[in-house]
Design a protein around this ligand. Structure first.
Ligand code: C5P
Length: 224
């Protein structure tokens, strides 16, 4: 299924665990490509919101996954997401979009239709893929798998800082409630629930900063 010469590293974990920043650091350090799979679910959710579709109706959402017109362009710091040729960076990171993403992500047909799109990101010399099911479903043969954990309180604080830095408004109690709700939805869904792959290294990052987690992951990869 996967080109054995291409090195895949998966980083899964709940929202706000810091996996996005970690994946970016690891990809830069190794000179690998990056797949932010959450951004794909967010782009699909944006499309569904634009079309006024019922997010809980699998039959309405699944066709959108088939004809999704998205691309990522290299930006100064982060890559820029485009939906139907429109830069949607601002809308993509909003809590409303994340919440909608976790609703469309529950549908088995949607997940199935997004599989080949995600696997298409594998390119030499390698890929770092972050999400919820990268190590369990999308890239089960990945060379290295990590699962990043952090307590809900720490994750809410991190998300708060992230949103403030982007100039967006945020309320910490609301963020904590949203995180708890999203965790529950991601962990209890029938397909691809959020669980560590059996062969993943689970990293508890509540007491570590990003530089320390990056070093831990890179040293694990370099040791092998
Ligand atoms: O990681 P991010 O917060 O951008 O993901 C948004 C939502 O997309 C998650 O809450 C989750 O429900 C869904 N998702 C998923 N599988 C992935 C990545 C994201 O179900 N691989």
């Amino acid at each position: 299924m996967q080109d054995e010469n291409v090195f895949v590293v998966t980083i899964d974990g709940p929202s706000g665990s810091g996996k996005g920043s970690l994946a970016l650091n690891v990809a830069r350090e190794l000179g690998f490509h990056l797949l932010d799979s959450g951004a794909i679910y967010r782009l699909l959710a944006l499309k569904a919101l634009q079309q006024g579709i019922d997010l809980d109706d699998e039959q309405q959402v699944a066709p959108l996954a088939e004809e999704l017109d998205i691309r990522f362009e290299a930006g100064d710091e982060l890559s820029i997401p485009f939906l139907d040729n429109v830069d949607v960076s601002a809308e993509l990171r909003q809590e409303r979009t994340g919440d909608a993403a976790s609703r469309v992500a529950r549908h088995p047909l949607v997940r199935e239709r997004l599989l080949s799109l995600q696997r298409g990101f594998v390119r030499p010399p390698g890929l770092v893929a972050d999400g919820r099911d990268m190590g369990t479903v999308v890239f089960p043969d990945a060379r290295f798998k990590f699962f990043l954990y952090a307590s809900p309180e720490i994750r809410a604080q991190r998300r708060y800082k992230q949103l403030k830095n982007m100039g967006l408004s945020a309320n910490i109690a609301q963020l904590q409630a949203d995180i708890a709700e999203r965790d529950e939805r991601d962990q209890s869904r029938s397909v691809s629930p959020l669980v560590p792959a059996e062969d993943a290294l689970v990293v508890e990052s509540s007491l570590l900063d990003l530089a320390q987690v990056t070093e831990l992951v890179l040293s694990h990869i370099r040791d092998k």
